[in-house]
Design a protein around this ligand. Structure first.
Ligand SMILES: [Ca+2]
Ligand SMILES: [Ca+2]
Length: 206
């Protein structure tokens, strides 16, 4: 077993699995408003690493919207108030180093593959609806069996799309980590509607 250090920033939440085991998750709950913290997670594992991550963009319910019926995202004033109710967006970056040598062994990039299990709204014109659960359409899938394990076939999953800081609006905790040039901000090609994504990558002994 070797010691590793993973650094992760997610808009808004993540859970990290290595070789099928949960090694850590976002230290702030997804329900915390504007959760843009970075996390450092240490763990021990044996090469090759099968890295599996769940990322979630915050949504208030299956409509895919956030700040439903709220004023400036601060407090609820009633189901008729839709000023800041919106479709939020996601984003995610991670890098993993060997603890002892500091050598980078994994980093998010377009080589990562993703599978969207919660997509909403499919009809973005429902964004200011007063009845979003009735009017926004979602597509929700089960997690595929065994997707965190080494032998899982992810060849039909989509390749990640890389984004820059401005496109994702990466801030706060994002700036607390020294990201190596190999680590890219990723999501699928739809940062708005794709809310919960499963990600996979592999790392072998460098
Ligand atoms: Ca978000
Ligand atoms: Ca969203």
């Amino acid at each position: 077993m070797i010691g590793f250090k993973a650094e992760v920033w997610a808009d808004n939440w993540f859970a990290l699995y290595v070789n099928g085991e949960l090694v850590g998750e976002d230290s702030e709950p997804i329900t915390k408003m504007r959760s843009f913290n970075a996390d450092t997670i240490t763990f021990r594992a044996t090469y090759p690493l099968t890295i599996a991550v769940v990322t979630k963009d915050f949504i208030e319910n299956d409509s895919g919207l956030e700040y439903i019926g709220s004023l400036f995202g601060l407090f609820k004033v009633g189901p008729w108030f839709t000023l800041t109710q919106q479709i939020g967006d996601g984003g995610f970056i991670a890098q993993i180093r060997e603890s002892e040598t500091g050598e980078l062994v994994a980093a998010t990039s377009s080589d990562w593959r993703g599978y969207v299990v919660h997509k909403a709204p499919l009809n973005p014109d429902c964004e200011k609806s007063r009845r979003p659960l009735d009017e926004c359409v979602s597509r929700i899938l089960d997690e595929p069996e065994g997707w965190r394990m080494a032998g899982f076939d992810d060849s039909n999953w989509v390749r990640a799309t890389e984004y820059d800081k401005e496109e994702i609006g990466a801030r706060f905790g994002y700036n607390d980590i020294k990201w190596g040039p190999a680590a890219k901000l990723i999501w699928t090609n739809d940062i708005d509607a794709d809310n919960t994504i499963l990600w996979r990558s592999q790392a072998s002994n460098p």
